[in-house]
Design a protein around this ligand. Structure first.
Ligand code: FPP
Length: 251
């Protein structure tokens, strides 16, 4: 059996290694339109979208980006036709099973965030297995938002904080932004510096509402299955030209 050639992505020479985003978040939009343009069923767009995501993950890791978060399924996506929802659940499960060895080899730590208890039982098992198996990997932190909603995440954090106050474990005066962040799904991950959205829509769509407070946004007309390393290069290049002031004035 011949081994698959390992692709390695060099950091392009025009990008400054000390000014890379530490954490990139992506809204992978346009899979359905990509498929429709080719006369294919929508789900073929999702299948191709997985290849795009794999390539981006590898590129981020090779360039030295610490974290990538992808919006795979929102709390609103249950409203899609049942066949498409079923396809996506099966796809997540299959991809996880197929890619686990490679994630171990490539030192990827995978986490899933969202209300995972409503996902199919077999997918939940696959998710917890992959999260445990990869928990010591240090190459890149890869987070998949599945059955995720930003408002829902904030509400569950508020409930957990209320319970802690009720139990006498926390004083209301001690609830700071830093404390609040610890009750979010992303407690262990730094906030995204760069949010990329494909397919031209100018919306956040309930994604990481708290965490994206100071992220730079990059929107491209390209549909997700066509988003490649050259496009990512452009996104990071645009990010490096931004003047990030975090609400302050330049000194
Ligand atoms: C949005 O395009 C895309 C999704 C709702 C699904 C994205 C999921 C993947 C690419 C699979 C990721 C897999 C793993 C295991 C992480 P759309 O269907 O809304 O496109 P449209 O706007 O053109 O209809």
């Amino acid at each position: 059996m011949t081994a698959k050639p390992v692709v390695h992505y060099e950091l392009p020479s025009d990008l400054q290694p000390d000014r890379l985003p530490r954490h990139v978040a992506v809204i992978m939009d346009g899979n359905g339109r990509w498929a429709k343009q080719r006369g294919l069923p929508r789900v073929m767009g999702h299948r191709r979208g997985v290849d795009t995501l794999k390539q981006l993950l590898r590129c981020c890791r090779d360039w030295g980006i610490e974290a990538l978060t992808a919006y795979a399924f929102s709390t609103e996506n249950w409203g899609r036709p049942i066949q498409e929802v079923d396809f996506l659940m099966t796809l997540f499960e299959r991809v996880l099973r197929q890619e686990l060895n490679e994630m171990m080899q490539e030192d990827v730590r995978i986490r899933f965030v969202g209300n995972l208890t409503s996902l199919p039982e077999s997918l939940q098992q696959e998710i917890s297995g992959a999260m445990v198996q990869t928990q010591d990997n240090q190459g890149i932190s890869f987070t998949v938002a599945t059955n995720y909603g930003g408002r829902q995440e904030i509400v569950q954090a508020a409930r957990a904080i209320a319970r802690a106050v009720q139990a006498g474990l926390l004083e209301p005066e001690h609830i700071t932004e830093a404390v609040f962040s610890q009750y979010l799904y992303t407690a262990e991950i730094c906030d995204p510096d760069l949010l990329i959205r494909t397919s031209g829509e100018m919306r956040i769509s309930n994604f990481l509402l708290w965490q994206l407070a100071y992220a730079e946004m990059y929107v491209t007309e390209t549909l997700w299955p066509d988003f490649n390393v050259a496009e990512f290069h452009q996104a990071v290049s645009a990010y490096q030209q931004r003047d990030r002031r975090f609400g302050k004035v330049k000194s």
